[in-house]
Design a protein around this ligand. Structure first.
Ligand SMILES: *Cc1c(COP(=O)(O)O)cnc(C)c1O
Length: 410
């Protein structure tokens, strides 16, 4: 008899985005003329920067010649890309990371899920609430939780609420934890941690022999000076943190697929008998066994993100989305809606007007304004009463959306 993974049945039935799609489709079926604007899913809308496209074209041509054709590449990524990452993302900020500590992959979503392969079943896991759902669901699948309660919180996970009352800054846990997921700039709230706050987390991890899984997918959107771009800017982080980075949100690679994970050689974890083991060696073993590398063509495209032209074009892309975020933020504030985020991240997180529940506001916005956003409660119990808007859209749609918001509220 083939037995299935029992833990999957603890997952909540409808993942957030399918439920949104269901409600939007049902509305559109009964209102075919409604001009619905979607500010929901966090996917980019602008095409790939020309410097990247041209590098990919060239790489395709190389694959067409016997003399420059390439088969399997290194599972950890080509040196040309690992070196470019180290030079431009780390050395340029005075951060000590070596090329062989970079593991190139086809996405941070998979890396942040796959990383659990190398950790034992008894780790206590802390996540912020609200949170990027992948961290929760992958731990449920791995059997590291009990069942969910009515609010959707899983037994065994340590939830760190982030909301207006604590400035979206998670307090240190009251009970000991072993693995801590931090995502900054944050999806879904669009908020950031200051250097000082992040340093407290690094210190916590050092004192409690914990490990931080730091997701910096939105690093390129940081505009304020005191916000760390990498966790390795902080003292001691090389001993306690893994960092996930992606080309999805800065260079528009959501459909092209390229990311990387930084695993310093100084990281260790404990075996059951107490012996220390290298996290780097374990991740390398895992990747070499279960992954065969990212396509050469795609890695050449990613490397072009670090050329002078590529950097310039990416900066323009980011600036375009951040102008959208500013228009959303200012437009909503002008009619008295309380908004957060949108300064160092392409997400605006708003307090629902009139204390409505997140889903009630979703329905109202869809039916009266033909706008789609994401209910905050879908990201965790503490997201109730909040709502996420994404700045990934055309300027025209953003301007139209702001007008509709304003006439809904005023
Ligand atoms: C978009 C996003 C990523 C990137 O995932 P990819 O698989 O690299 O596309 C990672 N983390 C968060 C929180 C995100 O929103």
């Amino acid at each position: 008899m083939a037995h299935v993974n029992e833990h999957y049945f603890k997952l909540k039935a409808g993942y957030l985005f399918p439920e949104i799609a269901r409600r939007v489709n049902s509305y559109c079926d009964s209102n075919p003329d409604a001009d619905v604007i979607r500010l929901g899913i966090g996917d980019v809308t602008e095409p790939l920067p020309p410097a990247i496209v041209s590098a990919m074209h060239q790489a395709v041509d190389e694959m067409a010649q016997r003399s420059s054709f390439r088969g399997y590449g290194p599972e950890q990524g080509y040196d040309f890309l690992r070196n470019a990452i180290v030079e431009h993302d780390y050395q340029s900020r005075g951060i000590d990371i070596a090329a062989d500590e970079i593991f190139v992959s086809d996405g941070s979503k998979c890396d942040s899920g796959n990383i659990l392969d190398i950790f034992g079943p008894h780790n206590v896991v802390a996540i912020t609430d609200p949170v990027y759902p992948v961290y929760v669901d992958t731990n449920v699948m791995a059997g590291r939780t009990g069942e969910a309660d009515e609010s959707g919180r899983f037994a065994g996970l340590v939830y760190l609420p982030i909301g207006a009352e604590n400035g979206f800054t998670p307090d240190l846990p009251e009970t000991p934890v072993d693995l801590i997921y931090l995502c900054y700039p944050n999806n879904p709230t669009g908020t950031v941690l200051t250097r000082e706050h992040l340093q407290q987390w690094v210190a916590y991890a050092q004192q409690n022999d914990a490990l931080i899984l730091y997701d910096a997918a939105y690093e390129a959107y940081i505009s304020e000076a005191d916000v760390p771009h990498s966790i390795y800017e902080l003292d001691g982080a090389r001993e306690v943190a893994i960092e996930f980075r992606s080309f999805s949100k800065n260079a528009g690679f959501t459909g092209t697929r390229c990311a990387f994970t930084v695993v310093p050689k100084s990281l260790t974890g404990s075996r059951e008998a107490g012996q220390r083991e290298s996290i780097h060696a374990l991740w390398n073993r895992r990747q070499s066994t279960k992954f065969n590398g990212v396509s050469y063509v795609i890695q050449q495209g990613a490397a072009a993100a670090y050329s002078d032209e590529g950097k310039q074009q990416i900066q323009e892309l980011v600036a375009f989305y951040m102008t959208n975020a500013r228009l959303l933020r200012e437009g909503l504030e002008a009619v008295g809606i309380q908004v957060y985020g949108g300064v160092n991240a392409p997400y605006v997180w708003l307090k629902t007007p009139g204390e409505q529940s997140s889903w009630d506001f979703f329905d109202q916005l869809l039916e009266q304004s033909h706008l789609v956003g994401t209910p905050g409660s879908g990201f965790g119990a503490s997201g109730e009463g909040y709502f996420r808007l994404s700045a990934f859209n055309s300027r025209e749609n953003i301007e139209q959306a702001v007008k509709r918001f304003q006439s809904l509220v005023s």
